[in-house]
Each structure stands twice: as C-alpha cells, then as structure tokens.
Design a protein around this ligand. Structure first.
Ligand code: HDD
Length: 691
C-alpha cells in the first residue's frame, strides 16, 4: 500500500521563496480532488448540463480542462527505441580506473545514482518486447560533476560506419511506408535490401541474427558503448577505451519459438521480468568493463581501426577490466514522468571522458539534443525531474517553452558587472570540462578511410567463435528473415555477402531458401574469440529466474515448501501452477497458486517441476506447456508420482536435463538449481531436432 499522503500544510514563507515556487515537483498535494488551478471539485463524473437531459454547458471549466488535458496526454514517441523500460539504481566504482581517467564517479568507493532505460530499436511504443532486434542499454549517471550518459546497445558494433546513413538504415528497417507493416521486425525486403547494398552492415547482422537478438532478460544482456572513447587522467595522459557492461547473471537468450510465443502471449515479457525481479528482491547487476588501448596517432590497435564502429577489439587482444558495479534495484514510480521523459545524449560527458572522431559518434552528438526538442516540446527538458542533474546547475540559459524555474537577477550573460559578476567560469583544476587540444587537419572530403573497407573479416570472426548450437540458431534466423523477403534478387544479394563470411553458413541458408550458394573468399586467418559465444562454461547465479511447480491440493506441499526455501534463498522465484486458482491446502501445508493452466504459458518459466501426488493429472494446456519447455531445452523435473505426469504429457524422461527423484532432498534441488544456472540443457537440442 502506498503511504497515505499528508493533508497539506500551509506553505511557509521560506518554501514559497524557493526558485521552484508552487508544486515543487510534487505530483499530488492535499487529499481533495481539484482542478489544475487548485479549485476543489464536488463531482468529476457528471458534466454541467442544462437539466439532466440537456446539452453540456460551455461554462463547465472542469469538463473542458479534463478533456483538453487528456487530448494532449501523448507526446511523440522516440523515432527509434520507442519501446523501453527502465529502473533506478546505483553505480559503485572499484577505483581501478583512476589511472586512465580523472572522472570523479570512477574514483574508489564513489557511489553514483543512475537511471537505465532498456529498449528495442525498431518497434513502436506498443510493440512486443521479445522481437528480434538490437536492445538499447542507455545509462544516465547523475555524477557530482554533471550528468554522464553512456548510450549503448547490447551489441558491440553498428550497422553503419557514418551517422549520415542513420535515417536510411532506420527507414529500411521500419515498416513499409505504404501499409505500415511489418511491425518491429527486420524480416522484410527493405531491411535486407539495405543490408545487401551496404555491406558494412554484415558484421552487425551476424549479431542481430544470433541469439543476442532475442535476450532472455535485460538482466542477462551484455551492454556496449560501441564507439571508442578517449579517456584523460589527472596527469592529462590519454587512452582509447571501449566500454562494456558484463551481466552478473551471465549472457542468455530465448529461443526463437519462445520469443514468438511471448510476443503474443506476453508482449511485456522483458519489462515485466525486470519489474518483478526488482520487486522480488533480485536486483539487476552488471560490471562496467573497459578495454584500454594506447592513444596512438593512427588510432589503430592490432590492425583494427578504433574509429570504425563496425569493428570490435577481441577480448583476447585487450582484456576487459572491471571498474565498477551497476545495481538496478528500484522500479520507476511513474512510467511517463521517468521512462518516457528521460532524455539521453551522447554529448553528456564529464571531465575525463571525451569522444573520438568516429563518424557515427560525431553524428550522434548532434542528433540526441535535437530530437528532444520535438519529443519533449522545447529546450527546457533538463528541468524535468528525471533529467535534472544532481550537480549544481547555473547555466545562463533562459526562458523557452515549459520554463519551470524562476531565475533571479538581471544579467544572464558573462562577464557581467550587475549580478555580482556571477556565475563565474571554472578552471580545469576547479572541475571545468576542458577539451584535449587534439590536432585536426585534412581536406574537406566526403569519404571514409581505406581501413573502413573491410566489411567481412570480423563477421567471419563472430561466426567462427560460435558454438554448434549457436551456429544452428544463426542459420535458422537468416533463413527465417530472408524467407520473409519477396524479392529473390535481394535474397541472392545477401547470400553474396554471406559467402564472404563463411561457406557453410552461406550454403545452409541458401539451401533453406532454395537458391544456389554463391562462392566467396572468406577471411582465413581468423582466430576465434571465446568471449563472443554465450554458452556458459559452468552454472551461473539463478537470481530472478522463475521455477514453476505443477501441483494440486493432493500434492506434496511440504516438498514444494522445501524447494521454495532453496530457490528463494538464491533470489529465484517459485510459482505454483494448479488447475484452479486460490490456495492449495493439505494438512498443515499451504501453497498459494500463482498461475492456473489457463493463465500460464511455458515462456515465463526457466524450469518446470511436477510435484509428487499429482499422478493422473491431465490437461491439454499442461501438456503443451511441458512439451514447449522440453523443446526449448529448459530444465524439467518431477518427484514421486509427478514423473507419471511427465510421461503422460509425452516427455521423454531419459532425455538430458530431466531431473527426477523420489522426494525433494538436497541432490534434487541442487541438480535443479545447477540446470537453471546453466540456462538451457543444450545437449537436449540434438535430441529435439532429431525427433
Ligand atoms: Fe541512437 C536513441 C543507442 C546510433 C539517433 N540510441 C537511442 C537510444 C539508444 C541508442 C540506446 C535510446 C535512448 C533512450 O532510452 O532514450 N544509437 C545507439 C547506439 C548507436 C546509435 C548504440 C550506435 C553506436 N542513434 C545513432 C545514430 C543516430 C542516433 C547514428 C543519428 C545520427 N538515437 C538517435 C535518436 C534517439 C536515439 C534519434 C531517438 C530518441 C532519442 O534519441 O532520444 O536521436
């Protein structure tokens, strides 16, 4: 229950003399319903009419204000990344980054409030969470030195090398302009037309068609700053750096069928998962990592052009050093005020962090500020509580739409001799952001460096680094997406690119499309990078994971209680599934039912266990649920006669990853926890495919 608001006290003289007189950022004050002007209302359900059956009257100021405000409740959605969800949290620095940057928030022990918004790129605001797409990973650090935004994605490379093509790639990916279909997906002609005609996109689509395009959860996604940044330390020395976010929960994805089911059954799958996890006391956690490279004149490292956003630096060549931990543990209070109105900008930098001349980054520096003017209706969006820096602001910017501050003084210019010569500029020692005097020279020219011409070698590197099951998923994704294209010319052109990546990949996709596989000359001297595969070497944490238990009131409720204690102690969530809702009672045992067979679907569970005492239970929806869990290679278990429910549902109990026992004892729970920690039982995949 939210705490009841206090009935309003009369404002003190001190409060009214504040710069923000009046509402002071509070959404609601007092217990009475009022108009926006603060006039108390007797009734909000009946318009003012000339008699009960008469016409409504123009003088009904409440009706007009209520409807007018409602008419304007929506603002333009983001042109990209419209669908998103966010959380508040804290960033704690380990302190080891101070040798390369003077940024205060990275000093040892510093704690900085953050707001993080995750998003899909292409879909509109009401689209589904689990579509195949890139995920945005935008972090706003409210540092003592001003706001720093790290506006990244869950993939370390981008489609294009120069920001001037951004409108083009987005036009190609968005729904076709005539019928506005398909929504939130790249499985259509214009996207693949663009990709095949701009082959620099090949590396990026290898990531998008991999399991990374359909994350299991925001908590199991990596994040990347993509561009190379220039860091400056207290001595003025510079280095070139790539930022990474490493999820503590490991990197895990859905399988394609699951993602498709979820898009219909629970379009809010990811935002629900994040909000529920936080509510259940399982925060989302990530380590901030940095790959530090020397700041050389040519901005190359081991033959890789650090200004090319379609290239990674393999972790084997530059170790990702962990410099701080991000913990997201508080859900927003109001979606619109916070998640919708938050405004990120790659130009929000703090001393010690600078940009480089990556031409994609350079265009972004213009675009983010510009887009907010339309989206948030004017230049004063930094005054919105979610965008407001925690550092002191004294900016000499004045007036404009939606000005909410009452600035004092007469001289908003510098220098001035009227307002006590304030504010004053700062020196570097006083914390001013002073750009490094990097030399810039060269002819004015519309061209890329020659090193940007290599469009395929890192796509090959990515492919060669995948495990067998990940390669199969990649082939299936390409075959699905290209199979949705009507134009054979476009399909054939994409195959030309795939032939430059790998012959096996190209042949397999060509076979699925029923087209000949062209020959190519893929790079041969490629060393795979283990960090690019997301198959975990061992079980990871299970916090935030959901384990279902099928039960009836005849089930072993004591056993369920034991299992609940084990998994909840590790931050996981146990949900009982039964034929009907309510509470299961048996003896002294009590278990609340979280889902019924009607309201549950396999996609929301990471593992499913059938309790003892359920033999004979049969329901077609339960059968479908168990078969989906089996096909999606999730852990399945049963104890006692629960085994029979599995067999009745057609589950092969001898297949890998089926955990069986007579009762809920340590080995059973431990095996189950281990399977969930491994995310999927991939050995079962071969079994499923051969069925
Ligand atoms: Fe962008 C939003 C990430 C290239 C122009 N972008 C946006 C968001 C993320 C990214 C995560 C959502 C922020 C939020 O949650 O509000 N964008 C990226 C990454 C890129 C990238 C990782 C390449 C490395 N973007 C990019 C380019 C341009 C833009 C090249 C334009 C030249 N991006 C925008 C935008 C958006 C945006 C139009 C839409 C809404 C907004 O900014 O605030 O300005």
């Amino acid at each position: 229950m939210p705490p009841k608001r206090q009935r309003e006290q009369p404002e003190s003289a001190e409060a009214t003399s504040n710069a923000t007189v009046g509402r002071s950022g509070e959404g609601q004050r007092g217990d009475y319903l009022t108009t926006a002007q603060g006039v108390r209302l007797p009734d909000t359900d009946h318009s003012l009419k000339a008699g009960p059956r008469g016409p409504s009257l123009m003088e009904d100021f409440h009706l007009r204000e209520k409807i007018t405000h409602f008419d304007h409740e929506r603002i333009p959605e983001r042109v990209v990344h419209a669908r998103g969800a966010a959380a508040h949290g804290t960033f704690r620095a380990h302190g080891n980054a101070s040798s390369v940057t003077k940024a205060g928030f990275l000093e040892r022990g510093r704690e900085t409030p953050v707001f993080v918004r995750f998003s899909t790129v292409l879909g509109s605001r009401g689209s589904a969470d689990t579509v195949r797409d890139v995920r945005g990973f935008a972090v706003k650090f409210y540092t003592d030195e001003g706001n720093f935004d790290l506006v990244g994605n869950n993939m370390p490379v981008f489609f294009i090398q120069d920001g001037i093509k951004f409108p083009d790639v987005i036009h190609a990916g968005k729904p076709h302009p005539d019928r506005e279909i398909p929504q939130a997906q790249t499985a259509h002609d214009t996207f693949w037309d663009f990709v095949s005609l701009h082959t620099e996109a090949t590396h990026h689509v290898m990531w998008a068609m991999s399991d990374r395009g359909i994350p299991r959860s925001y908590r199991t996604m990596e994040g990347f700053g993509v561009h190379t940044f220039r860091l400056v330390n207290a001595e003025g020395e510079t280095s070139l750096v790539k930022f990474h976010w490493k999820p503590v929960a490991g990197v895990h994805s859905l399988v394609w069928e699951e993602a498709q089911i979820a898009a219909g059954v629970d379009p809010d799958f990811h935002r629900r998962d994040m909000a529920d996890g936080i509510d259940a006391g399982a925060p989302l956690e990530y380590e901030l990592g940095m790959q530090v490279m020397p700041d050389s004149e040519d901005e190359m490292f081991e033959g890789i052009d650090l200004l090319d956003p379609t290239k990674i630096v393999p972790e084997e060549l530059a170790e990702v050093q962990l410099v701080g931990r991000l913990t997201l543990d508080r859900n927003p209070t109001n979606y619109f005020a916070e998640t919708e109105q938050v405004a990120f900008h790659t130009g929000n930098l703090v001393p010690g962090i600078e940009v480089t001349d990556d031409p994609l980054m350079q265009a972004r520096l213009f675009s983010y500020l510009d887009t907010q003017l339309t989206r948030l209706g004017g230049p004063n969006f930094t005054q919105l509580p979610i965008n407001c820096p925690h550092a002191a602001v004294n900016d000499n910017l004045r007036d404009g739409m939606h000005q909410t501050l009452i600035h004092q003084g007469q001289a908003p210019y510098l220098p001035n001799s009227v307002d006590d010569a304030l504010p004053t500029t700062a020196t570097e020692a006083e914390g001013a952001y002073v750009h490094r005097p990097i030399e810039v020279s060269g002819p004015k020219i519309r061209a890329n460096p020659v090193s940007f011409d290599d469009h395929f070698s890192q796509a090959t590197l990515f492919w060669k680094s995948l495990s067998r099951i990940e390669k199969i998923h990649e082939i299936e994704a390409f075959t699905f997406e290209l199979g949705k294209c009507f134009s054979q010319t476009i399909q054939a052109r994409v195959l030309q690119s795939l032939a430059q990546v790998d012959a096996e990949l190209c042949a397999a996709v060509a076979e699925g499309l029923g087209l000949p596989a062209p020959l190519g000359t893929p790079a041969e001297d490629v060393t795979p990078s283990a960090a690019l595969s997301q198959i975990p070497p061992g079980p990871g944490p299970i916090a935030g994971r959901i384990i279902g238990v099928v039960a009836t009131s005849a089930a072993d409720l004591g056993g369920i209680g034991k299992l609940r204690r084990v998994v909840e102690a590790q931050g996981a969530i146990l949900r009982v599934l039964a034929p009907a809702g309510g509470t299961l009672k048996r003896g002294r045992g009590l278990q609340p039912v979280a889902r019924t067979f009607l309201t549950a679907r396999s996609i929301e569970f990471d593992a499913m266990v059938v309790a003892d005492g359920t033999a004979g239970l049969h329901d077609i929806k339960l059968t479908i649920l168990l078969q989906e869990m089996f096909r999606h290679c999730k852990a399945i278990g049963a104890w006692g006669d629960g085994r029979q429910v599995l067999t009745d549902a057609g589950i092969d109990v001898d297949a890998p990853g089926i955990v069986l026992a007579d009762e809920v004892a340590k080995p059973f729970s431990a095996e189950l926890v281990k399977s969930v920690g491994l995310h999927r039982v991939w050995e079962r995949a071969e079994h499923v495919m051969n069925d």
